[in-house]
Ligand binder design. Structure first.
Ligand code: GDP
Length: 459
């Protein structure tokens, strides 16, 4: 484990009132001694733990800034190591200069996420709590923030640990019984274990199932607007986003690449991906756009299909309707341009889809409330459910849960098939290991580096 001393700017690299440079490691106090001089003229080694000292940062003889130094002595710090935080004026150049002085004085520039990685490796937090630190920083809405704070405070850790303890108890019981059959009786045990397995499985499945909802809640409902060119997709996006972000023109096929936008509708967050119009075309760029549109739609939670109701239904419209049907996508079909004479009405498309159809005019902004109501009714349930419960929003955790569930199901299968008890023990141990991955027990350096590499600088 690295014990060298690392330093980074912990606050954002934008001009602000205060900037913080964080230093952690064995030499944190000696680095601080080289860059900071307190008004009290005391040696930093004499500074008390968890105190703030006023003074100034200097580069040899040159005074760089007025500053406050915070002192955290190991192990009572975020990383578990000696840590100092220098609070200076939050100018970008100022923060950079002070960091440079720290680096010159013996610290090394920290990698992204390295402070939290050290906190994890020093046992200050488990892996689920460390990941939640990052989620907290990147939370895009209230519920996601609330969830990551719960996770950061150990809610997921406690839930996973509770199941692991139950598994450990059963494994220990089986092993003891096999070693010492005189004192441990396995008669009737498989039935008891079956019941306990059901309880564990219910708990883990509930968590695993929260993944999709959790992802939608924290990242937004992945929404793709599909429709051939010129039907009014960009106009619709503009209304929903309440701005003139997308380019609206009369030329068919203007929206060539994707426009992505987070839009909040009555508390439901949509992550909208507006793709190029679907059209059978020789145009190469447009073909790429079409491919991308359908690709995006494949992984969408919601497809909003726009049809121009003032025109007859075309092959391209039919192609999209067919796509929605084949992929069983949750969709809503919008018949746009209702301000013009209707050529294609709900009855014309009834044979293609059982999805809800809403008549709108992006021009007159009619029917938009109905669309919003549909979306809010569909997706706001999760906000109520997960107000109190924790959800997972991380694929790594979901995969570990799925593996654990698979192993526990194998135990259940061994019981049904009347296999000997040592078979239970193998799969119970596997489930224990899979759950351990969520909290960071027995995982390799490669996984740890991968996870912390995703962190931002200075965290
Ligand atoms: P996209 O290619 O599907 O993104 O379509 P646009 O949003 O760029 O719209 C194409 C054209 O249709 C523009 O001239 C819009 O002003 C027009 N348009 C969009 N919605 C309506 C509508 O509800 N009624 C009428 N009459 N025109 C519309």
């Amino acid at each position: 484990m690295n014990t060298d001393t690392i330093a980074a700017v912990a606050t954002g690299m934008t001009p602000s009132g205060i900037g913080i440079i964080r230093v952690s490691g064995e030499d944190a106090f000696s680095v601080a001694s080289s860059v900071f001089l307190g008004k009290n003229n005391k040696a930093i080694s004499k500074y008390e733990d968890h105190r703030a000292y006023y003074g100034y940062v200097h580069d040899e003889d040159r005074v760089v800034d007025d500053a406050i130094l915070l002192v955290f002595k190991a192990p009572h710090s975020f990383t578990g190591e000696d840590v100092v935080e220098i609070q200076c004026h939050g100018g970008i150049l100022m923060m950079k200069q002070i960091l440079e002085i720290c680096l010159k004085s013996g610290a090394r520039a920290a990698e992204p996420g390295e402070f939290t990685k050290r906190a994890f490796l020093n046992g200050k937090m488990d892996l689920s709590e460390a990941e939640a630190v990052m989620d907290t920083i990147y939370s895009k809405n209230d519920l996601a923030l609330k969830n990551s704070v719960k996770q950061m405070q150990g809610a997921l850790y406690r839930r996973i640990t509770a199941v692991r303890e139950k598994i450990l108890y059963e494994t220990a019981f089986i092993e003891s019984a096999l070693d010492d059959p005189e004192h441990f009786d396995l008669t009737g045990y498989p039935e008891k274990l079956s019941e306990r397995l059901l309880e564990m499985l219910r708990d883990l499945e509930e968590l695993a199932d929260s993944f999709d909802d959790g992802r939608m809640l924290s990242e937004g409902v992945r929404t793709v607007i599909l429709g051939k060119p010129n039907v009014g997709k960009s106009s619709l996006l503009n209304i929903l986003a309440g701005s003139e972000r997308a380019i609206v023109t009369d030329v068919a096929g203007t929206t060539r690449d994707t426009i992505e936008e987070d839009i909040s509708l009555g508390g439901v967050m949509l992550h909208v991906i507006d793709t190029a119009g679907i059209r059978s075309s020789e145009d190469v760029i447009e073909q790429i756009g079409i491919k991308k549109a359908l690709e995006n739609a494949r992984s969408a939670d919601l497809v909003i299909m726009v049809i121009d109701s003032s025109e007859v239904l075309s092959d391209e419209d039919e192609q999209i309707l067919q796509f929605i049907k084949n992929h069983e996508k949750k969709s809503v079909i919008l018949l746009n341009k209702s301000d013009l004479k209707t050529v294609t009405g709900p009855e014309e498309i009834a044979c293609y889809t059982s999805n809800p159809v809403i008549i709108i005019s992006a021009k007159d902004e009619t029917g938009i409330d109905e669309l919003k109501k549909f979306i809010i009714d569909e997706y706001s349930k999760g906000y109520i459910k997960y107000n109190d419960e924790i959800f997972i929003s991380n694929l790594r955790q979901k995969e570990a849960l799925t593996d654990a569930i698979g192993s526990l199901l194998n135990v259940a299968k061994s019981i049904t098939e009347g296999m000997p008890e040592d078979f239970y023990s193998i799969d119970l141990t596997a489930a224990y290991g899979s759950l351990g991955k969520i909290i960071g027990v027995s995982i390799g350096d490669d996984v740890i580096n991968e996870i912390f590499g995703r962190f931002c600088m200075g965290k």
